[in-house]
Design a protein around this ligand. Structure first.
Ligand code: ZN
Length: 304
C-alpha cells in the first residue's frame, strides 16, 4: 500500500483557552511547530495566520512571512487557508494572498484549498439547544470554484479539495469531467463531529458514506479531518483503507490525552501507521503520490 501522508492542521481558529495551550499563533510559533511536526512524520502543514493574541490575521504579509519562515526551516509542504475578512468576500479577494505568495519562490505555497460547495457554518450548542449564530454560510459558488480551479492550476499549485458531504464530492466529479481539475485529485473529507452540523458525523458510517460516493474510475487520493472531534477512533480504519490523515489542534484540543502538542498527535499517527504496516511519506514522497511533479513542471514550462 502507498505510504501515508500526514497533514498537521496546527491552528485553524482554535484559541489556547479552549483547552490546549499548545496552539501556535504567530509566524515564528507556526514555523517552530511545523518543524516539530515534520520531524514527527508530517508531510503537509495547514495553517491560518493569527495575531499574537490569537485573533485571525487576514494580512497577506503575515501569510507570506509565515510561509517564508516555514520553508526556510523545513521541507514540509505548505497549505495556507484562503484569506477573507468576511464570509462574503469575492473569489478574487479570497485567493489574492495565495496568488501573491505563489509569485515569490521563498513564500510559494504548495496547496490552496477549494471547498467544493456551500454549507451553513453556525455553531450548534447541543447543551443549550441553540445555535450560537444563525446566518453564517460558507459560500463557494460554481463560478467561484471555476475561478479557483483555473488560478490555482495556473500558479502551479495543487488544489486541496474539501468535501463536507456527498454533494461536494459530486461537484468534484463534475469538475474532473470538465477538465478543470487534474488527477490524482487530492480530496479531504471534512467530518464534523460536534459544533458544525454541515458535515458527516465523525464515525465509520460517516466516513463510509463519503467513500461510497467517490466518482468511479477516477484517481482520487483522500484524507480525513474530524473537525470538532477525536480522529484517533477512525485513524486505524483510514490507514487500513489506504486513506491519508489530517490532524491537529486546529480541529480539536485532544485535552483528554493530556494537552498534547501538534507534533505529539502526528507522532502518534505515524506510530499507528507503522504498527499497521504502512510507512509514512516524506514531503517529497507526498508530492509524488499526489502527482505534483507534473504541476511544478508545467509551471516552470509556462514561465520559461
Ligand atoms: Zn483551515
Amino acid at each position: 500500500m502507498r505510504k501515508l501522508i500526514i497533514e498537521a492542521r496546527v491552528n485553524e481558529f482554535m484559541m489556547r483557552g479552549e483547552g490546549n495551550p499548545n496552539v501556535p499563533y504567530t509566524p515564528a510559533e507556526i514555523a517552530a511547530d511545523a518543524l516539530a511536526c515534520r520531524e514527527a512524520g508530517a508531510a503537509i502543514l495547514h495553517f491560518h495566520a493569527r495575531q499574537p493574541d490569537g485573533k485571525p490575521d487576514h494580512a497577506a504579509e503575515t501569510y507570506a512571512e509565515t510561509v517564508r519562515l516555514v520553508r526556510g526551516s523545513s521541507d514540509i509542504l505548505v497549505h495556507p487557508t484562503l484569506g477573507y475578512a468576511t464570509l462574503d468576500d469575492t473569489a478574487e479577494r479570497r485567493l489574492d494572498h495565495i496568488l501573491r505568495m505563489a509569485d515569490d519562490p521563498a513564500a510559494a505555497p504548495h496547496f490552496a484549498p477549494m471547498d467544493m460547495g456551500s454549507v451553513n457554518v453556525d455553531r450548534y450548542n447541543a447543551q443549550a439547544r441553540r445555535f450560537d449564530t444563525t446566518n453564517l454560510i460558507y459560500k463557494n459558488s460554481t463560478e467561484t470554484l471555476t475561478y479557483f480551479a483555473d488560478r490555482i492550476r495556473g500558479a502551479g499549485m495543487k488544489p486541496y479539495l474539501v468535501s463536507w458531504n456527498i454533494g461536494f464530492t459530486r461537484y468534484m466529479g463534475a469538475f474532473l469531467d470538465m477538465g478543470l481539475l487534474d488527477e490524482p485529485a487530492f480530496l479531504c473529507f471534512c467530518l464534523t463531529d460536534n459544533t458544525f452540523l454541515g458535515g458527516h458525523p465523525g464515525t465509520l458510517k460517516g466516513l463510509q458514506a463519503h467513500l461510497d460516493f467517490l466518482p468511479p474510475g477516477r484517481n482520487v487520493e483522500w484524507t480525513v479531518v474530524n473537525f470538532g472531534g477525536n480522529l484517533f477512533s477512525l485513524a486505524g480504519a483510514i490507514i487500513a483503507q489506504g486513506g491519508h490523515i489530517s490532524i491537529g489542534l486546529g480541529d480539536y484540543t485532544y485535552s483528554e490525552l493530556g494537552q498534547p502538542s501538534n507534533a505529539d498527535l502526528v507522532r502518534r499517527i505515524a506510530q499507528m501507521a507503522r504498527e499497521l504496516g504502512r510507512e509514512v511519506a516524506t514531503p517529497e514522497e507526498a508530492r509524488a503520490i499526489l502527482g505534483m511533479e507534473a504541476t511544478s513542471k508545467s509551471k516552470a514550462g509556462a514561465k520559461a
